[in-house]
Each structure stands twice: as C-alpha cells, then as structure tokens.
Design a protein around this ligand. Structure first.
Ligand SMILES: Cc1cc2nc3c(=O)[nH]c(=O)nc-3n(C[C@H](O)[C@H](O)[C@H](O)COP(=O)(O)OP(=O)(O)OC[C@H]3O[C@@H](n4cnc5c(N)ncnc54)[C@H](O)[C@@H]3O)c2cc1C
Length: 502
C-alpha cells in the first residue's frame, strides 16, 4: 500500500476522502492515548502485584548495563519497549491508509504530531489532572519523563513531515513560491521553535543551563500554538485544547503562588541554607511536600523546587544546598521577598503511603535528607517500624537537621564534594567529628552504608515492606537493583524513589 509513492493528482471527491482518512488518523491517535492511559491506571491501581509486578521489575533491567543513568533517558528494557512500541504504532497509523499517495503520507505525519500535542501538554502541566489519576507519584517525576519522550516523538514525526514536504516542493519546483506563503512560513517557524525546544531540553543543557531551558520552554511553548493554528486548519481541533490547557495551567500556577518573605541563614561549614518562609494567610504545605521558590529580586522567572522539612505555626522550613545560580545568590541575602508555589506534586507525609506496611526502610544521601527526615519523624510519631540510613559527605551536612539526627543511622562518607566515584557517593575520608551535632545519632559510622545488606535485613522478615530513597541518582540506582532481586523472588516490597530533578 506504500510503495511506489506517487504525486497523485486527486479530484475533489478523492481529496475529500483523503481528508476524512487523515481526520480519522487524528482520532485514532487520541483513542490510542486514551487506551494507554486507562491501561496504566488499571495496572497501577489494580494489577500491580504478583506475576505482573515481577514482570515489571524484570523489564526494568538496564540496557547495556550502563552505569550512569541519564535523567529522562530511555534506558531500561521496559522503557525502550514502551517507547518504540509507541513510535511503531504512530508510524503504522501514518502509513496504513496511504494507498501510494505521497502527500497523504506527508500530511499523516503532521496530523499524528498535532494529535499528540494535547496529551504532551497535559503531561507537562504542573497541575495536571493526571496527578489525580496517579496520586502516588510524588512530584512530577515519571509523568514528566513521559512528557519528554512524547515531546521527542512529536519532533520525530514533524521532522519526517517537513523532510517529505521539502522533497515534494523541490521535485515540483515550488521551493521559491510555497516557502514564502504564510501557511508554510508558519509551519517553518513552528518547526524551528520545536527544534530550539528539543535542543534546549537536552539533558546536558538542562543540567548546566537550567534557566536557559526553563525560559525557552515558557516563552516558546506560548508561540508555538498560534503558528500551528495558522499553518493548517485541520490541526485546529488539537491546537485549541492545547492552548486551553496551557492557559488553565498558567492560571492555576498564579492562583497557587503566594508572595511572602523568606528569612535565610547560611551554615558556612556545609553551604546549606536554612530558609524559613512565612505563610501568614493560608495553611502551610505539609512536611515532605515540595514547593517552587521564586526570588524576584534575583531572577524574575526562575522557580526552583525544594522540599518542606518542617511545617507549622504559619511557617515552613527548607534546607537548600547552595550550588548553582539562584542558591549561590541566596547566600548573600538574609531576608527577601519571595513567591512560593505550593501544591506542586509530592503529597507530603501521610498515612496513605504507609497503609498496610509492616516495616519501612528510609535511605537518604546528602541533601536528600530533606525528604526522608520528615518521613522518619512521621513514622516514629505513628509507631511504624522504621529504619533510617543517612549518608553524608561530612558531619556539617547534618547540622540543619537538629534533633532529627537522633532518628538516623549516620554514615560519613568523606568531604570531597567533586570527588564522586562511580557509585555516586563521595570517597571515604571521615575526619569530621560527631561532637558538632546537638544530639547523637542512632549510630555513627565512617564509610558508605551497605545498601544491599540493609535491604536484605528489612526484607528478610515476613510482611509488607516499603523502601523510600532520596539521594544521588546512582545511590537510587543501587537501591533499585537491590530491591529488584527481592521482588523477583516474590517478596512484598514497594519502592518509592524521590529524585531531585528531571
Ligand atoms: C522535587 C524536588 C525537590 C527538591 N528538594 C530540594 C531540597 O529540599 N533541598 C535542596 O538543596 N535541593 C532540592 N532539590 C534540588 C534543587 O531544586 C536544585 O538543587 C536547585 O534548584 C538548584 O538551584 P541552583 O540555583 O543552585 O542552580 P540552577 O542552575 O538554578 O539549577 C541547577 C539544577 O537544579 C535543577 N533544577 C532547577 N530548577 C528546577 C526545576 N524547576 N525543576 C526541576 N529541577 C530543577 C536542575 O537539575 C538544574 O540543572 C529538589 C529538586 C526537586 C526536583
């Protein structure tokens, strides 16, 4: 049905038929998305145990056994299967009714890309209704990863669409005429914008120039819909809801943003900022949840995510490691007006996640303690059997935690910030002293925690186990691998990974 591809001269009714077929392709893409979402919902809420759970863990096996995970990358067997199955489905939908018509194929790729846009915006929204469907996904992590995958696939479809059209214009000597007409110009501009968006979203750009990625995303994603709207009328049923969702997201973000004041102090030993934010007019978000912090005097747009360590009496407390752009600038201020966006994923400590759980193992690396410490406090207050391992490079990194340290088995891994070895924790050099702490920890050990052993011990007894980890990516990876081996032998273990960044 595909080859040979011909530039067909269609009459009116044939064009009408092609139009109908392309419209149907758009509906088929939407229907596939709906089915996929329903499937994930049913799986996550009702089927994720027993054989299926074990299969999921088998599919989480890392491709090529690579040691360094790339955030948002397709790196496990399961992720690759889902990613390429979706690409395959899109390509099949594009080619299946082509009937040797070159322009049909060309337009089909554009249509599939347009029909994928609303879902991609839905996945990227900070207040996405999808969070109601998947309530246990703290923060936006996994949803955002799918947003990145789908964004790449849309770009792939558009690239094929553009290349096929260029060939058509070239072969029919229309390069000089069509490329200057408004509809094609809009398409070219939209494709250039997509290219900039995809390039700026590359993990390396995100890592080193986050504000460039962030600002491009905010500004360019607003320019894209009008250009696509004027590019071709048939994509409008997808562009209009896309714009609607972008507007709703922005409005909700403004509604959930509160202007207030932050009081900041810096611990020079650890370069960790202790930030206290007052919530005079509304209840503060719970400990363990995440907020976005914007300091207009330092940067108009940028919003950085942090975790609420303590909450109450109209205040929240945040501990932030000073490392990059905004956090370094914050070291120079003591009191500053801020905008806080709360309700940003992360449900905070609550009973729901530990319902029916017999034992909990908390594992934190460095500043990841901001997430695990509220949980350690909560579990102790609720008499849940819990163990808390906390590895930090030096004792100074624990000072912000105050008496919370008493709940942890502390591991001092050494003080060289940039000396990360391949397992993601710093090398052993425990010259720090426990005397600096206001209360003694449960135990105080030089070196790394033996994650495999700790997991073996907690999983070894009967009952349901929850393991929560927040730390360097490679530490989380070690935990995942250790948990994997127990799940595959049929143990009842749930893993909750909190990743600071995406
Ligand atoms: C849900 C969550 C909770 C976090 N909680 C804490 C915490 O309690 N304490 C702490 O010290 N750090 C926390 N972080 C990490 C913290 O957000 C970054 O270290 C901080 O934003 C870096 O800002 P910067 O000014 O130093 O550098 P920047 O140059 O502004 O950013 C450096 C890196 O920070 C990350 N980052 C910045 N903004 C965002 C954003 N809007 N979304 C996702 N990632 C972003 C990116 O990986 C970026 O490459 C958390 C991150 C996330 C995603």
């Amino acid at each position: 049905m595909l080859r040979p591809l011909l530039y067909k001269d269609l009459n009116e009714s044939q064009r009408e038929l092609r139009r109908k077929s392309l419209d149907f392709l758009g509906y088929a893409v939407l229907f596939s998305q709906l089915m996929a979402l329903m499937y994930v919902y049913i799986y996550v809420n009702f089927l994720r145990y027993g054989v299926l759970m074990r299969l999921e863990w088998r599919l989480r096996y890392r491709i090529l056994g690579g040691k360094t995970p790339i955030r948002g990358g397709v790196q496990s067997v399961g992720a690759a299967a889902v990613y390429w199955a979706w690409v395959g489905l899109m390509v099949w939908l594009c080619v299946k009714d082509v009937e040797h018509d070159y322009l049909h194929l060309t337009k089909a790729f554009g249509m599939a890309a347009a029909a994928s846009l609303p879902l991609n915006v839905l996945l990227g929204m900070k207040y996405s209704p999808l969070k109601l469907v998947f309530p246990n996904f703290s923060y936006e992590g996994p949803v955002n990863v799918v947003h990145q995958w789908l964004g790449n696939q849309i770009y792939l479809l558009l690239t094929v669409h553009v290349c096929l059209y260029l060939k058509f214009f070239w072969d029919t000597s229309r390069m000089k005429t069509r490329l200057l007409e408004t509809d094609v110009l809009c398409g070219v501009c939209a494709f250039s914008i997509m290219t900039t968006l995809v390039t700026s979203a590359h993990p390396l750009v995100r890592k080193f120039f986050y504000s460039v990625f962030y600002n491009f995303h905010i500004i360019l994603s607003v320019l894209l819909p009008p250009l696509l709207y004027f590019h071709v009328s048939h994509s409008r049923p997808y562009i209009i809801p896309t714009v609607g969702m972008l507007i709703v997201d922005r409005v909700l973000r403004v509604m959930f943003t509160m202007s207030t004041t932050a009081t900041i102090s810096l611990d020079p030993q650890s370069s960790i900022l202790d930030i206290s934010v007052s919530f005079p007019h509304k209840p503060p978000p719970p400990a363990g949840s995440h907020i976005l912090l914007n300091v207009p005097s330092l940067s108009l747009w940028t919003k950085n995510p942090f975790t609420v360590v303590e909450s109450g009496n109209g205040h929240v407390r945040i501990a932030a490691r000073a490392q990059g752009n905004i956090t370094k600038k914050l070291t120079r201020v003591t009191k500053v007006p801020v905008n806080i966006e709360s309700g940003y994923g992360g449900h905070g400590v609550n009973k729901e996640l530990v319902d029916g759980v017999d034992r909990v193992l908390l594992i934190a690396g460095g500043i990841g303690g901001t997430f695990t410490l509220p949980w350690a406090r909560f579990l102790k207050a609720n008499d849940v059997d819990a163990r808390f391992l906390w590895a930090v490079p030096k004792v100074g990194d624990l000072l912000w935690a105050g008496d919370g340290v008493a709940l942890a088995e502390v591991y001092i891994t050494g003080g060289h910030e940039n000396n990360e070895d391949e397992e993601g924790m710093e090398l052993l050099d425990a010259s720090s002293s426990r005397d600096a702490l206001s209360v003694p920890p449960l135990s105080f050990i030089s070196g790394r925690p033996d994650i495999r052993k700790a997991i073996r011990e907690v999983v070894g007894r009967d009952g349901r186990v929850l393991i929560m980890v927040c730390g360097p990516v490679l530490m989380a990876e070690d935990v995942k691998n250790a948990v994997r081996s127990h799940v595959l032998t049929g143990r009842n273990v749930t893993l909750h990974m909190e990743v600071f960044g995406h």
